[in-house]
Ligand binder design. Structure first.
Ligand code: DX5
Ligand code: ZN
Length: 215
């Protein structure tokens, strides 16, 4: 089980020290937004490269961008250990996932709340993780969508049938109040932005989330 705080809710003027605040986390989640796939703009590969050099923990890049077939591999090249592309934006997900793995990254597919899993189940052998979004991508601090839990269960069941090692990530509105239902549904990688960076102690919030998810 992994806790991956999202630096979207961190202080962008002090990202290195903001990463140090979550040194007890397993991953740091980096939200890349291009103002096209989502109506918000954050950062790109040069910033991920700089963060990878100073981060005490592996970077988990979540690419909310158009044309990931073209742009996603460079995030693996600059040091992201997990690279998540949105299936809604990918043209050739099999080739993309293989490219990411050949660059040494974990390959991950994200599903927006309105995107069903069943049409993409056949991709599981090419993937290391499936991200089930629990908010509409684009912004931190939104309300958790409990109606995505059946999809998490569906992915967990498919992974069990396949017998492989595919992790299931949830992202959006994950907090002390919602993480247990995610874990019950079968998620094992938990992204939390505002719940971690909005806390007085980010490290304590990480520990609390980990304890709740492991119950
Ligand atoms: C939303 C991002 C999330 C965001 C989560 O589009 O993908 O990673 O940072 O923030 P919270 O945890 O505040 O919902
Ligand atoms: Zn994210």
């Amino acid at each position: 089980m992994l806790i991956s705080p999202s630096i979207l809710s961190a202080d962008f003027a002090n990202l290195q020290s903001e990463l140090d605040r979550i040194a007890n986390a397993d991953w740091a989640h980096v939200d890349v937004m291009d103002n096209h796939f989502v109506p918000n703009l954050t950062l790109g590969a040069p910033v991920v490269e700089a963060l990878a050099k100073v981060s005490p923990i592996p970077l988990d890049a979540h690419l909310m961008i158009e044309d990931p077939d073209r742009w996603a591999p460079q995030y693996a090249e600059v040091g992201a250990r997990s690279v998540t592309f949105h299936i809604e934006a990918a043209s050739d997900p099999v080739t993309l996932a293989r490219t990411l793995r050949s660059e040494g990254a974990r390959a991950s597919m994200a599903l927006k709340p309105g995107t069903p899993f069943a049409p993409y189940e056949d991709l599981l052998p090419e993937l290391d993780m499936v991200l089930v979004m629990t908010v509409e991508p684009g912004f931190g601090g939104q309300s958790f969508m409990a109606d995505q839990m059946p999809k998490v269960r569906q992915v967990r069941e498919a992974v069990r049938r396949l017998g492989g090692e595919v992790w299931i990530q949830v992202d959006g509105g994950v907090s002390a109040a919602t993480i247990e239902q995610c874990a019950d549904a079968g998620a094992d990688v938990f992204v939390a932005g505002s719940a971690v960076y909005g806390a007085a102690s980010a490290a304590d919030a990480v520990d609390e989330l980990r304890a709740l998810a492991g119950k």
